[in-house]
Design a protein. Structure first.
Length: 386
């Protein structure tokens, strides 16, 4: 992997983390049970995530009480690069770790951090994100799920869709409308809803990747009573929580796209005789890494993250399509493996070429669609009118 030169502090940090991995990484025989969804974490993976937390290597940028060691941003990048080099998936509950717990640490009360965030970080419970609805996919401001305050509890009615891992999650960070008379981007609140609460119904369904790929869910909420203490952030300021949630998701997301591009270089470069495609793939990979490292500098515009997300997600999708077309009929059988197995990795990343291409659409949708990223780039970086 290409890296910019490490300063001595980053190099020492990387060496210490590598030694920790050498000493503590689970053996393949221990990790035979595989996750069934993005909120199903097998016992061995729960123990591993807890070990990372206890030693300050789960989220090194956080303080020790939240699984970290006050690492700098370059050190955090080195941490993720080391995981990528070894094909170690950071967490088998990625939304729980990267969005829900991160949002609670930013917007939650001290009680919420202790009751919900820390157990999610230690993989004692898992979490999913209830944002999208049948009539409010990328446009969160159009959500219709209602929450009415009744004494010391909210009563929630509505429906969520595409809720990854909901059927295996213990809690949902759910965005609801609490003031129907307010402008669209106001009057939204964020609630923690335990999935065992009466009135919560979760229905998993297959995806385009495979009929047996049960991660997406419909979630129906009917008269669900949620204690007022489960309100995350101020009442009617859920839009700020939502933007913060997606910001957590996007910050170093580009590194996962770089990893997927590197996988394609490894797994698909020998297919066909298209030197132009291979050169484009390599240039996209190097450009993404250089822009990502540049983003670590001081006084960078936060909107630059949209450039990284747009470039990375679309480069992965375009390269995956080329690999699919080059493989022809051999791309279609399911299940299949198109890359080397590693017991600590997510096996979706080395599945059939069709599945790898189909899954690339998640990158251009999740965390804000490509269309949204283009609007952000146009308005905030290029100064174009709305």
């Amino acid at each position: 992997m290409m890296r910019l030169a490490d300063d001595p502090g980053v190099a020492a940090f990387r060496t210490e983390f590598a030694a920790f991995l050498d000493a503590h990484l689970p053996a393949e025989a221990e990790a035979r049970e595989r996750p069934r969804s993005s909120a199903h974490v097998p016992g061995w993976a729960r123990r591993w995530q807890c070990t990372l937390f206890d030693h300050g290597w789960l989220l090194p940028g956080r303080p020790p009480e939240y699984g970290g060691r006050h690492a700098t941003l370059p050190q955090q990048l080195a941490h993720l690069e080391e995981l990528a080099d070894r094909r170690i998936y950071h967490s088998f509950n990625p939304q729980g770790l990267g969005i829900v717990a991160a949002s609670l640490l930013t917007f939650g009360t001290e009680e919420q951090k202790a009751r919900w965030a820390v157990p999610i970080l230690r993989a004692e419970i898992t979490a999913a994100l209830g944002m999208s609805e049948p009539e409010a996919g990328s446009d969160l401001a159009s959500l219709r799920t209602r929450a009415v305050l009744d004494g010391d509890a909210f009563v929630v009615d509505g429906q969520k869709i595409w809720t990854s891992g909901a059927h295996d999650a213990d809690v949902l960070l759910t965005f609801v409308r609490t003031d129907p008379d307010a402008p669209r981007h106001r009057g939204i609140s964020a609630l923690l809803i335990p999935t065992g609460t009466e009135g919560v119904v979760r229905r998993p369904f297959g995806s385009i990747a495979a009929e047996d790929d049960l991660d997406f869910n419909e979630v129906f909420l009917t008269g669900v009573r949620v204690p007022r203490e489960n309100l995350v952030g101020p009442l009617n300021e859920g839009w700020r929580v939502a933007n913060g949630s997606l910001g957590h998701e996007r910050t170093l997301l580009w590194l996962s796209y770089a990893e997927r591009l590197a996988d394609l270089v490894r797994d698909a470069a020998g297919r066909g005789d298209d030197q132009e495609w291979y050169a484009t793939l390599q240039m996209d990979l190097q450009a993404l890494r250089l822009l990502g490292h540049r983003r670590l500098g001081p006084d960078r515009d936060p909107a630059e993250v949209s450039v990284l997300k747009l470039l990375g997600s679309e480069a992965v999708q375009n390269a995956s399509l080329h690999a699919l077309e080059a493989a022809g009929a051999d791309a279609l059988p399911h299940p299949a493996r198109t890359g080397p197995h590693h017991h600590m990795n997510n096996e979706d990343f080395v599945s059939s070429w069709f599945e790898r291409y189909a899954r690339s659409f998640a990158g251009t949708i999740a965390g804000g669609t490509s269309e949204i990223q283009r609007n952000i780039i146009a308005e905030r970086l290029l100064g174009l009118p709305r």
